[in-house]
Design a protein. Structure first.
Lengths: 283, 283, 283, 283
């Protein structure tokens, strides 16, 4: 970059768009240094996702675990805003890509960010472990901080609908299995379970691990940074979004609203009033 | 463009992005040839919209009529997918711009395109008038074509909810008023009323002009091409979208679904079944 | 809400969607209590925006000042990501609504949030004034806090491109004019100018008010809360986004990229390497 | 549905949202009839995608081929509007979900629809085969129709950048391999190669199969309907979109425009002109 002044305009333009991800020339496409034709048919789809995001190929079992996490969160039904929006959009005369975009767009801090928050929370505890603190002390200290902040919930625990989310124990079971086979360490599963146990002691009742906590465990074991896991959740939920948009588009509705067509909404505002005469712009 | 080979890379790059709309240099911003500081405070917001889209300043009364059309379609309540999506998105932890984007995105051919279709339809009749056909014949001939195509509806007429949409007669009244004052010709109002009358004769009952037909009349009178009127509808409905997103964001909900929280949806698919053992990937 | 158990399901559904903004029945549309037909033709487009967002009609001059703020920020050219995205999207085979949505969506904290931040900053100073602090002290104290936080910039001041943004002095001039006529107080203009002056003293050079600071002054004078001004910016910039999407769609390009078609990007990643044999999934 | 009048409001509301995809009760999540915990860890991610979209589990090899198609199209670099938009959006202060949404949104008829068009084209030929026409005749007849329509291109053939797209021959090689193993029929590969050969004869030069044609072959072999393959392309390209948005977000840019920061665009509109005095609204 030191000789900017000597670069041609084309070089300057081409440097404006820099990437470590893809190299291309006529007849050549390379992803992370691999010829695309060497990758096609040799890596699974989750392995391709891993390579694109992290720059190196995963082991086959790592890729399998990533695929498990991606498969677990594909759908939570039309009461989820993302799924409802996909279905409504599909009746409005836009392409399936646009129906998906409107839906994916709402996977924000509240709808899509719980796993990211859980992983960041577990990561704080992992950092304390690295510094030599015991698991019990690391968990207790981090929870003390949460309750001191008067947060109403602990990331990764509890669900407003499911007493026990059926995905969570299955994901932890698989994590333990992969750890037993030496593919991952199992450390994040330890952390999540210790958090669950400590909160049970404090509250006097069990608030079980939810899907966000369980996928955070998997992503933590695999070494993904928290903000990137929101992107992984988008890839996962996109599957359900597509399935629902597609199903809706096969039906005949137009401009599908949230409630049955002949229902309205409750108006709670100012009662009807006359237009103030003095404000009339039309004179 | 003949001397491409002699252009510098920077010139080539700068030509890649060409526009008639805005010229800029440090300290200078010009829109359609006018210094921005000469426009600010001298043109109304609708006049600025007109200038940006059409390249020339409108007359003051033309701008007023554009403002009337833009103001008329700002909202149709939360049963409209666009408004429901704006409200749901606002509870998902995204910025107000993203809540608006998810909503605006669904103003597609079905949700946002009716006015465009009505104006194209009126434009066909206007073209016949230009060719010397009488109004009655031009309308009848165009309607014959619609009914021959077995379309189920005539663009701009009828509403699934309102027996008479209160916006439509008021907009036509204003169009007549502006025409009487010589600002517009009134031709599209004539066309729309002739269509309404002919359809009444054919059907034996009146299917009144709706908001899409009425705004198509205004946009036609003002000379906007049909596809651009979808963009104008987006500008108009964006106001309601913003108002609803904002109102919702002032409340406390999180991940607002389409139905009351404790309701679900009807599952109509395959009854519960065991996982086929032979397909187990995990072995 | 106390008798939820006695409500019918339909009532519960209709209450799930509550709003103070719009009331509807067949043949009736009311916005904020006014019949829509009473508003159409009597209020300007900015007055309609005000009514929708704030619940009451503005004075005519207040609406005019809102229109001025909305008109000032419509465009900043194709180097702005929002405008470039609108143009690129318009070449990809999506509707004009979707081209607009992709563009509006990026008016986030960085691209669309500077005015909001400037208004929040001025609001802190206004609160100090309300508490009896002098303007000079309130400004100095707030700036002390900014520089203590080692923020690299003061909201509303300076522009990477324009030595003086031509919009800003014109908007302040108009604010002073409206204040002289008693429509607004002029207090936010005082605050912005005091901030500019204090920073000039601290830095030894003038960093002039930019468009975000200037529109924040107008919105502050008119009483809009900071987060809502991001929405107003979206309404404003949507005009330029539409104009550029429309202009682009009149041309013939397909899949317009950011650089001239025959240019590429700089690849800065891992050099080409063979696919590791042991990782081959295809065997 | 015959006894609508006897249904409770809650039943009516829950029926408004109907789906064959997901069934849920507290503690229970079923996808297409399978308990979610039975699927997790037993099906690959592509198999989950297949199940969600088509209602039944694929064979393991079918899922593998779907994964191959999904992996092949993840990225085509920052000259693709989708990738450039993802990177620009990532610098604007929005969440990674919103950066992805703005990008996915532009995978419309032009940017994302080529594979869908190729598959529909191949499907026409397959229908002729089903009716007993020979492959050569079916292809010739369909191409005659294309050239009679004076379309400038044949779906699935040719690339503006790659003389031979390295992905296409590799995908066809794999298709042949899967067909040899009896997993698919190979019929769509036959069709695509016959089209390529016929066009070569007509044009006197080879216009090779491109990525859209090659993935259309795979999706056709697997029995996906054309419009759904656009959705599959969205799932695939989302990976590259996420990778680029993530890479960009790790860098420090703000409001990244399409060209180097100090470059502008070419203004090609009306030269600077004075504001017409008579149009001044401010008096």
């Amino acid at each position: 970059m030191s000789n900017v002044g000597k670069k041609t305009g084309r070089e300057r333009g081409e440097e404006w768009w820099q990437t470590d991800i893809i190299e291309m020339r006529p007849g050549v496409i390379r992803l992370r240094g691999y010829e695309i034709q060497d990758l096609i048919g040799r890596v699974s789809f989750p392995a391709m996702i891993w390579l694109m995001l992290r720059g190196e190929l995963p082991g086959k079992e790592q890729a399998a675990l990533l695929g498990i996490a991606l498969g677990a969160a594909v759908d939570h039904g039309p009461q989820a805003p993302s799924i409802a929006i996909a279905r409504m959009a599909a009746t409005c005369g836009v392409g399936i890509n646009s129906a998906m975009a409107s839906a994916i767009n709402v996977l924000g801090d509240v709808h899509g960010g719980a796993g990211e928050q859980a992983l960041a929370f577990y990561g704080d505890i992992a950092a304390a472990l690295d510094a030599g603190v015991t698991l019990a002390d690391a968990v207790a200290s981090r929870l003390d901080r949460i309750f001191a902040e008067e947060k109403s919930y602990v990331p990764g625990l509890g669900h407003r609908f499911h007493p026990v989310d059926p995905r969570a124990p299955r994901l932890i079971e698989l994590t333990r299995d992969f750890a037993a086979r030496g593919i991952i360490s199992g450390r994040f599963a330890d952390i999540a379970e210790a958090v669950e146990a400590d909160v049970t002691r404090r509250k006097g009742k069990k608030i079980p691990l939810n899907i966000d906590g369980a996928t955070a465990v998997l992503y933590g074991e695999l070494g993904f940074p928290p903000p990137l896991t929101r992107g992984l959740f988008v890839l996962s939920r996109s599957v359900g979004i597509l399935a629902h948009a597609w199903e809706q588009s096969q039906q005949s509705g137009r401009n599908k609203g949230p409630l049955p067509r002949e229902w309205l909404w409750a108006y709670t505002g100012t009662p009807v009033r006359p237009f103030p005469q003095g404000d009339d712009d039309s004179k």
